[in-house]
Design a protein. Sequence first.
Length: 367
Amino acid sequence: MKFAISREALLKPLNLVAGVVERRQTLPILANVLMVLDGDRLSLTGTDLEVELLGRVQLASAGEPGEVTVPARKLVDICKSLPEGSDIEFAAEDGKVKVRSGRSRFTLATLPAREFPSVEDSMGTHQFTIKQGELKRLIDRTGFAMAQQDVRYYLNGMLLELKGNQLRVVATDGHRLAMCTLPSPVDVGGDTQVILPRKGVLELNRLLLEDDEDIVVVIGSNHARATTNDFTFTSKLVDGKFPDYERVLPRSPDKSVVGSRLDLRQAFARTAILSNEKYRGVRLKLTTGSLDIIANNPEQEEAEEVVTVQYEGDSLEIGFNVGYLLDVLGVLSGEEVRLSLSDPNSSAMLEESDGGDSLYVVMPMRL
């Protein structure tokens, strides 16, 4: 195997593929990236057995075909350390890969390509095509609500729901829920629900760089695959049942507060400074036309903010984790947000005041 490539052409896909590779792994070959050359097409593959990413690069001229696996991190570091605009020559022989660029020479150890594991290929049952920008928006608006290391493993990921030609994604960690629905219909051919694991969601989101380019998503019984011109991304699905999220949505909240998104976000950010570092609780006191936000901590310090809002009704006092509210206000757009409540013990619903494609539910806290 022998070929030449520019540093920039190699670095972009190599960075993304190496991102999938775990720093600590049980199998030595999982620390490597598989390089396969066929004519003038070079493919790079990285996997951790859960998620697999294959990047494709078009070379300026054909090289000698072959396949080899090389240490991912070392190769990334070498490419990053070379001067911009430099050309890199690769040659694989006798179980080693020689990398040359200008006056630099590197020799890397390899492992046999035939031992490189591939995520098994399962037949797809559902397929749809959407713009990368649309998929990125769905993930950006909900991803923050995924659980991180919950024993309820089905929460450590994101629900993709296809129902009646509608694509919806939902994430929850049990304390808050985020939901975003694609406004335009997608042609799927059947309804389905699958859970994409947290790492898969984060890696997929890193690939969505061209907003106007299409991405084809194929969902199978235990895998999801997303393909663009430059990449093929495959992830195992979480084998579990996602909770019935529609039961969590507040049924008929009778109190509605509308306020400036920016004003509320800044007021919450300031009061958060003096909230309890562990529980991050703030008290919200609602009276006609005004919202009082109060934070205390064990050092007897206190912060208070008053924000003018559109609200008419009985006064109400309710506690929330301020971090959850800030997360939601950080992804919402538009001038104003609507907060719908019923009583101090029920969940609150946040959304853009003029409707929109996203909905958020936050559980209250006892303070």
